[in-house]
Design a protein around this ligand. Structure first.
Ligand SMILES: [Zn+2]
Length: 464
């Protein structure tokens, strides 16, 4: 079975080519000018005139299936992956939430694998989540690696956080297994102390208290400490999820200048939205933006754009987490600190980064491809993903750079009652998306059945 993609501009991490792409058995078989049309049947030719042909997006930070206490996100694996497909993303790596206290490392991964089975429309992997450390942890990390789960996340805040000594033990064990450790970097003591003070003095229905409780220096301190701990563990690579501040970025830059292997991710919300979203409103809509870390100032957004352009930030992911506005309002209207945190973004990541980044000349086409596909696939060890190259999976995003759409929850496919980006007019949307050579999205429709997406057995992450 072959397919030929013709007339598009092929964008890889390093080049823009006027080439055709021949797909055979789900993989890219050739990239060249004027590949003979006779090699495929007429109905197996995809005309990409006027479009960019890019690698399918790789979103390495999602929470499609998160449950916190009695609240579960409103989409789940099927709807989140449907939204991913509509947004040009063909692979995700899901972060499981914390499991029951004391559970072993496999517990959440096993649960999530069962729940994702038969549901997914895009290919998927999982990160481990380290919520305690004991003598069994190194073997458990190796066991995950043997199952194709080559990264694990540590939180510096929340109930499942680890302390500094535990983090050093984890870093050593992950490095020995070829696993990358990913960190939610916010200082827990700063957040809990400020939250306790605000609880006494502030009006708890005001979402403006959310960023006040999680200042930029809480992030910068945590990033700096992690770098120091990773040095002590033997200069091992670390990955910082959802970096949100100029202050945190400065710490990263200084460390990278010294050659320290710290890899960094940010998300569209930290590039395009600011803390003005938390303004108190009659309708309670400020609660929509409760997420951690919180939205920041305009200057932080600008600094993060610079970080994307100059290479200090490696990846744009989403932290997609679809607690609905209804859920946030029910729990948070009297007490914003009780609202479930997280925002949906899996469907809008690529269009927003293209429109705000490429079309506004903040990043070029190759950098765009690196940020949304190639580098996340490489850092997180997704074999055959994230780049248009012979032998790779034919996961392709055919993006029409002229399609204009104003974002609205009503026209998106995310199963959630709002979009934090509603009202933004975005230019450049997926026209056609292929997953392993099969059409996933065409003319705005996904016709592939649930279960089309396969588990990705990931390999050792980049050796640095
Ligand atoms: Zn997250």
């Amino acid at each position: 079975m072959s397919t030929l993609v013709v007339n598009g501009k092929v964008v890889t991490a390093t080049a823009v080519l006027e080439s055709d792409i021949l797909i055979e058995d789900g993989r890219i078989a050739a990239i060249a000018e004027n590949i003979g049309r006779e090699s495929v049947a007429r109905d197996e030719i995809i005309d990409a005139s006027g479009c960019y042909v890019m690698p399918g997006g790789v979103d390495v930070h999602t929470h499609c299936n998160l449950q916190v206490g009695s609240e579960k996100v409103s989409d789940g694996f099927y709807h989140a992956s449907l939204a991913a497909a509509h947004g040009g993303t063909t692979s995700i790596v899901e972060h499981p939430g914390f499991g029951p206290e004391g559970c072993d490392l496999n517990y959440q991964v096993d649960l999530y694998r069962r729940e994702a089975s038969g549901e997914m429309l895009v290919d998927y992997g999982f990160h481990g989540v380290l919520q305690h450390v004991d003598e069994k942890t190194p073997a458990a990390i190796q066991d995950l690696m043997d199952q194709g789960i080559s990264s694990a996340k540590v939180y510096l805040t929340y109930a499942g956080r680890l302390d500094d000594e535990e983090i050093i033990r984890v870093l050593k064990a992950c490095h020995a297994a070829g696993t990358l450790t990913a960190f939610h970097a916010e200082n827990h003591a700063i957040i809990s102390s400020l939250t306790a003070s605000l609880r006494k003095t502030a009006r708890l229905s005001d979402p403006g208290n959310h960023p006040r409780s999680r200042p930029d220096y809480a992030e910068a301190e945590a990033v700096g400490r992690l770098i120091a701990l990773a040095r002590a563990a033997g200069n091992v690579p670390i990955y910082i999820v959802h970096l949100s501040t100029a202050a945190g970025l400065e710490v990263v830059r200084a460390a990278r200048k010294e050659g320290f292997p710290v890899h960094v991710e940010t998300c569209p919300q930290y590039l395009c939205l600011t803390e003005s979203c938390y303004e108190e409103r009659e309708d309670g809509r400020g609660l929509q933006y409760i997420m951690a870390p919180p939205l920041r100032r305009e200057e932080d957004c600008e600094a993060l754009w610079e970080g994307l352009a100059d290479g200090s930030i490696d990846v744009v992911a989403t932290d997609h987490c679809s607690f609905s506005f209804a859920q946030k309002y029910k729990r948070g209207k009297e007490d914003i600190f009780a609202a479930p945190g997280g925002i949906p973004g899996i469907e809008t990541r690529i269009p927003i980064l293209f429109s705000e980044g490429v079309l506004k000349n903040r990043i070029d086409l190759n950098r765009f491809v690196q940020l949304v596909a190639t580098t996340p696939a490489r850092i997180m060890g997704l074999p055959g993903k994230g780049e248009i190259a012979v032998g790779n999976d034919a996961d392709l995003l055919i993006l029409n750079p002229e399609t204009k759409q104003t974002i609205s929850a009503a026209t998106l496919h995310q199963h959630v009652d709002y979009s934090p980006f509603a009202g933004m007019t975005v230019t450049g949307w997926p026209a056609t998306v292929l997953l392993r050579g099969e059409i996933l999205l065409c003319d705005g429709e996904v016709s592939a059945p649930a279960g089309t997406g396969r588990f990705i057995s990931r390999t050792a992450t980049i050796p640095t």
